[in-house]
Design a protein around this ligand. Structure first.
Ligand code: IPO
Ligand code: ZN
Length: 473
């Protein structure tokens, strides 16, 4: 047992984790000894052994069996798991799943790496804290996924060893230049900026259980209905989640000739600062008002131009991403259960903070390599001035993982390479001001998403103009 004031000895990996989890560590005082790191903790709590300190900090002390509190099944990546094990949480109930993931290789391509994911039961009361603190600051730390049951979790994890469902033969040919080039100049930075500003200032927060979170969802339904006015091929619907009050919102442009094939473009509506309550200030301007604003601008341009896709396009603003990807998990589960033919999913989570010279970072893990290549091709063709690079973000870092978990094809273009993204997320300082009061970075993601929507939505060169289509031009 370490006595008062005695530094605890932890490994480098654990130190990284503790930084991710914001365990109070004075990093500058940490020093290495034979591969181990001595860490003097900064609070009295931390004068206990490292394991105990971390356990307290994460609040996952009680094993599900011993605790009267309701518990839930979650899956996490190995970084987060290491800390949970230190905390002694739910050890007997843990199962390991080895899965292959794609990570960037030194040479510029990709390599396959085995990653271990863990399925376990945790105290539900610990989750808000876990969600706030398990996010990446410097390194990849991933997130966690909440599962309806152990079986549900097992199925989700088993998915990673199977090939994704591609219900129809999808062509990744770039062949709708006329349409895409006509629409791209209509995307406006000022529109994205005002949406981000509104979402990040009209509510104290957009947490999945608060008045602000519910209000943001209700207001978005109205905003999207107004965008769809005059289009009888467009619907805006709430996706109700029985377990909490915030709804997800779904806008559907019905496809003309292949309406059963669906292209999904999504982002999450909720915001957090961790222990978020009614009065918490969680503007979430970048995380993820920016993603919702980016996709809403694509919807605005597609609708106002009179564009009619052959496939159905759905825009989604997910509820409850920050608490274990719950909104998107329920939608993806529902779509799988109904046998819906989702041909591709694009996730936009954090698009407006340019943390490096790179414009767009494609996340390689828990996404679909062929669709990622398609996005690179789209960027080269339509956005040749932009630089695109690759990063891994760890397990469950956003809603694309919910779709991947259900066997769908998903991609995630992100604002910066791993570790260089917005450092203010999940704080009251996640405001538009951190991005220089402009949405110019987010506009690049709207451009890529529009090219994706049209190239996958049209499924071949532009259909012949219809009278309705001409009238709207
Ligand atoms: C996030 C996503 C990818 C990377 I690389 C770094 C950070 C943010 C994500 N974890 C989040 O909080 N989404 O809401
Ligand atoms: Zn977040």
């Amino acid at each position: 047992m370490g006595g008062v004031g005695e530094p605890a000895i932890v490994t480098e990996a654990v130190l990284t984790l503790m930084r991710c989890l914001k365990v109070p560590v004075q990093a500058h005082q940490a020093h290495k000894e034979n591969g181990m790191v001595r860490v003097p903790f900064s609070r009295p709590l931390a004068l206990r052994p490292a394991a105990r300190a971390a356990a307290l900090a994460v609040g996952l002390l009680a094993s599900a069996a011993a605790s009267a509190a309701p518990s839930v099944w979650v899956s996490v990546g190995s970084d987060a798991y290491r800390l949970l094990r230190m905390a002694g949480a739910g050890l007997e109930q843990v199962e390991m799943h080895r899965v292959p993931v794609q990570v960037p290789a030194e040479a510029g391509g990709l390599k396959t790496q085995q990653e271990t994911l863990y399925l376990m039961r945790v105290d539900e009361a610990a989750l808000p804290r876990l969600s706030s603190e398990v996010h990446e600051r410097l390194k990849r730390c991933g997130g966690y996924v909440v599962h309806a049951s152990r079986e549900d979790g097992r199925q989700a994890l088993a998915r990673f060893r199977q090939t994704p469902v591609q219900p129809e033969a999808v062509s990744y040919k770039v062949d709708d230049e006329a349409e895409v080039n006509a629409l791209l100049p209509q995307l406006q930075e000022s529109q994205i900026r005002s949406t981000i500003l509104n979402l990040s200032t009209a509510y104290k927060n957009r947490y999945y259980t608060t008045t602000g979170g519910v209000g943001a969802s209700d207001d978005l339904v109205q905003t999207w209905k107004a965008l769809a006015a005059g289009r009888d091929d467009v619907t805006v619907k709430r996706f109700d989640h029985p377990g909490w009050p915030q709804n997800s919102v779904v806008m559907t442009i019905r496809g003309t000739t292949k309406p059963k094939e669906i292209v999904v473009i999504g982002g999450h509506l909720d915001s957090t600062i961790g222990f978020t309550n009614e009065n918490s200030i969680a503007p979430g301007a970048d995380d993820d008002a920016s993603g919702v604003a980016s996709l809403q601008e694509v919807a605005r341009v597609l609708l106002h131009s009179g564009y009619q896709p052959r496939r159905t396009i759905q825009f989604m603003a997910y509820a409850a991403e920050e608490v274990g990807l719950r909104g998107s998990a329920e939608i993806a589960a529902d779509y799988q259960a109904r046998g819906k033919k989702v041909v591709g999913v694009l996730q936009l989570d954090m698009t407006n903070y340019q943390g490096s010279s790179s414009d767009i970072t494609l996340i390689t893990d828990y996404t679909h390599a062929a669709q990622n290549d398609f996005l690179q091709k789209l960027a080269r063709r339509y956005l040749p001035e932009l630089t695109v690079n690759l990063s891994a973000c760890g397990y469950a870092c956003s809603d694309h993982a919910s779709w991947t978990n259900r066997g769908f094809v998903a991609s995630f273009p992100f604002e910066a390479p791993m570790g260089l993204h917005n450092p203010f997320i999940h704080t009251a300082q996640d405001t538009l001001a951190q991005s220089g009061d402009t949405a110019s970075h987010a506009l690049k993601f709207s451009r890529l998403a529009l090219a994706y929507a049209v190239e996958l939505g049209s499924d071949g060169p532009e259909p012949a103009p219809t009278p309705a289509r001409l009238a709207r031009r």
